[in-house]
Write a protein that binds this ligand. Structure first.
Ligand SMILES: *[C@@H]1O[C@H](CO)[C@@H](O)[C@H](O)[C@H]1NC(C)=O
Ligand SMILES: *[C@@H]1O[C@H](CO)[C@@H](O)[C@H](O)[C@H]1NC(C)=O
Ligand SMILES: *[C@@H]1O[C@H](CO)[C@@H](O)[C@H](O)[C@H]1NC(C)=O
Length: 482
């Protein structure tokens, strides 16, 4: 049956139903068959494709609202291809700081925050409406907020504020957790010079712990905090009474936490240094259950610490599920656990029986601990992991887990990668010295990211610009070297 014949014979609603089952190549071919079908693909086909191939992203979200379905598909398909070829633009987002920090990145659809030491650096996502057709939205540096009367910032996360996306919970080394409203900056203030922005603070959140706030995470209106000695607190931000906060004690050195209220069974996961370094506790319905309902093991017997936890890439072959969690381990492995699975260790004492990972990702050339993990990327199927040395980020496509590759961040700082945010076409990361981005999308120009005038301290900076003037050289290697 030729499609032209189909176009004449089949009513358009049947053609639209057929489009729901077509891949990108078939849709393109279909759009070339005749004028009528071409119109139909433009009217329905591309949006159907987009609904079936979600590419979550913070920085692209506002631009995508303005783009036609076809423009969005073109952007996604091109960046998916760049991901499979490991082709991207690498760009540091600032000169190195004068001291070494353990920074954290927090993203919303309008701003990116980098918290380092006593300071929050603010980058805004630029409006692409002023750009040419192919221009992608970029980010530009706006200024910083300083907290000089507190310990260093050790954790930060956006919390709900009627979609303003300007309220964060900030955790400090002295145990305080504060709700902070970041007031908007004035457009004219921006002239590439750093300046301090005023901060509006609300009262401290009821959460108050006596040691360092190692991790904060938020899902819906529930905020989870974890201190370095293992006190976990859960607070309902919509509730008038902050006394409703529920605490449990993990009794071990703790590193990372993750909360998911969107699962059919809401849960929190904790990463610690202990015989059971990754445990999952239920949220029932607004307090933390004190005993774990799942213990997630590694493939190795003596893997002793979990430094970061996140949720799975949305389009992985096992299907999108909130019950899948991805974790970065001390022994250099990234483990993927599916809590729906029955792969339990038998013969191990203790309840519940530990669950084994369904997938283990490893860079065979590095045993460095994994400090940060984030999922998304090309075809929504990538896992990115920031390692403890040489500012290396490792990438795996979960559909081809043995063909991973790694890359040193621009500047090659001899540093861990402390925090990562992976979106459909971009990875944002931060080392002890500065934030950086790898951009796999179309339309990257000299204006997309902050330009860095030659450093006044060149001895600290080993950046080499690329020949085309956009982005910087980075060192990449494949995990399977032949
Ligand atoms: C949080 O508090 C609000 C207001 O009291 C309530 O409607 C909501 O159900 C609570 N959320 C949870 C998860 O308990
Ligand atoms: C970055 O460092 C690695 C080893 O640490 C080295 O192999 C590589 O050549 C360096 N790359 C650049 C661009 O300096
Ligand atoms: C990695 O492997 C791909 C093919 O799988 C190849 O095209 C690419 O050149 C390799 N890159 C490096 C840095 O060896």
């Amino acid at each position: 049956m030729t499609v032209e014949a189909a176009g004449l014979i089949l009513p358009s609603d049947v053609l639209v139903i057929i489009m729901e089952h077509l891949g990108i190549r078939d849709l393109v071919n279909l759009s070339y068959t005749c004028k009528f079908v071409n119109l139909l693909v433009h009217k329905f086909g591309w949006s159907i494709y987009l609904n079936r191939n979600v590419r979550p992203s913070f920085t692209m979200q506002l631009a995508r609202k303005r783009w036609s379905a076809f423009e969005q598909v073109r952007y996604d398909v091109t960046s998916d291809r760049c991901w499979t070829q490991a082709k991207f633009n690498a760009q540091p987002l600032s000169h190195p700081w004068r001291s070494k920090f353990q920074p954290i990145i927090a993203m919303s659809t309008s701003v990116m925050l980098v918290a380092a030491g006593h300071t929050i650096y603010l980058y805004s996502i630029t409006d692409s409406s002023s750009l040419t057709d192919d221009g992608a939205p970029g980010i530009s540096y706006r200024g910083s907020y300083s907290f000089t009367d507190r310990g260093e910032i050790t954790s930060i996360t956006f919390i709900p504020d009627c979609h303003l996306e300007r309220t964060v919970a900030v955790g400090f080394a002295d145990g305080h957790i504060q709700r902070v409203f970041l007031p908007p900056f004035q457009q004219e203030q921006y002239n590439n010079k750093p300046f301090s922005l005023p901060i509006e603070r609300s009262s401290s959140l009821g959460l108050r712990i006596m040691d360092l706030v190692e991790s904060l995470s938020c899902s819906d209106d529930m905020l989870l905090s974890l201190s370095s000695f293992g006190t976990a607190g859960l607070c309902n931000l919509s509730s008038d009474s902050l006394l409703a906060t529920s605490y449990i004690t993990l009794d071990c050195r703790s590193w990372s936490s993750f909360i998911c209220m969107k699962s059919s069974m809401p849960f929190t996961a904790f990463g610690t240094t202990s015989p059971n370094p990754l445990v999952v506790h239920a949220v029932t319905p607004s307090s933390l259950s004190s005993a774990p309902f799942a213990i997630l093991h590694s493939t190795r017997e003596r893997s002793t610490a979990v430094y970061d936890i996140t949720d799975a890439p949305p389009s992985a072959p096992w299907g999108s599920s909130k019950q899948i969690i991805v974790s970065g381990w001390y022994d250099g492995a990234v483990q993927v656990h599916d809590m729906r699975s029955g792969r339990r260790d038998s013969g191990v004492s203790g309840t519940p029986a530990p669950l084994r990972p369904m997938l283990t990702l490893r860079d065979p050339w590095s045993d460095e601990p994994i400090y940060s993990v984030s999922c998304g990327g090309g075809s929504s199927s990538f896992v990115a992991a920031g390692t403890a040395r040489h500012s290396v980020v490792a990438f795996w496509d979960v559909r081809r887990p043995t063909e991973g590759w790694s890359v040193h961040a621009p500047g090659n700082d001899s540093s861990p990668v402390y925090s990562l945010v992976l979106e459909s076409s971009r990875l944002f990361g931060v080392t002890q010295s500065r934030p950086f981005v790898f951009d796999f999308g179309l339309g990257v120009t000299k204006e997309t990211y902050p330009s860095l005038p030659p450093s006044t301290r060149p001895q600290h900076d080993s950046l080499r610009p690329r020949k085309n003037g956009i982005g910087y050289c980075v060192t990449q290697y494949n995990h399977s070297r032949t």
